[in-house]
Design a protein around this ligand. Structure first.
Ligand code: ADP
Length: 173
């Protein structure tokens, strides 16, 4: 009997970038099912709502049949257990990621020894790329077309486009 290997890739994905997508595609080569799971974190104020992010990720991964998209709150290991996932996928860009990621992996190991954290190192061309970088560039009017899928680029730019001043309505006489 073959066992299907399920992995959870948790994160904020605010928004999803080509760096995330690169990790997702590579994880698909290693596991049978990848659940990209947005962590709903009450301590963060994301640019995009949960529904917007779910839709963006679904659209960006629609050509990858092994990928499911979901959201959760609470402990990642509890979510992984609920879905019979034995693997947590995380991406590593630089030493600066390492300390936090290692601490998180060790903590998760104490909570759920049967679950392994699998680190995939960033591809060179995305080593500088984060959701924050994307938002920072867009905030100042720079192009992000090479960093995120086209529909995400439009959505991010719209968030930073000033709305036309609303026309004052005619005074009611
Ligand atoms: P979190 O708030 O959990 O860090 P993110 O959406 O920022 O959520 O990132 C989710 C995961 O994807 C993290 O493991 C992060 O290190 C990884 N990641 C983000 N951008 C890249 C990238 N350009 N290359 C590789 N991994 C990345």
């Amino acid at each position: 009997m073959t066992t299907r290997l399920t992995a959870v890739y948790p994160g904020s994905f605010d928004p999803i970038t080509y760096g995330h997508l690169d990790i997702i595609k590579r994880a698909c080569q290693l596991c049978d099912r990848i659940i990209v799971a947005i962590l709903v974190n009450p301590n963060k104020s994301p640019l995009f709502s949960l529904d917007e992010r779910l839709e963006q990720i679904r659209h960006a991964t629609r050509h990858l049949p092994a990928v499911q998209v979901d959201s959760f709150s609470g402990l990642t290991v509890n979510y992984a257990r609920m879905h019979n996932a034995r693997i947590l996928i995380r991406g590593l860009r630089a030493i600066s990621d390492f300390e936090m990621e290692l601490q998180m992996a060790h903590t998760n190991k104490t909570l759920a020894p049967e679950i392994e954290t699998l680190f995939l190192t960033t591809s060179n061309e995305y080593s500088f790329l984060s959701s924050s970088v994307v938002k920072e560039i867009a905030r100042f009017g720079g192009s992000i077309d090479h960093l995120v899928p086209p529909e995400v680029a439009i959505a991010v730019s719209q968030k930073f486009t000033p709305h036309p001043a609303s026309c004052p309505s005619s005074p009611v006489l």
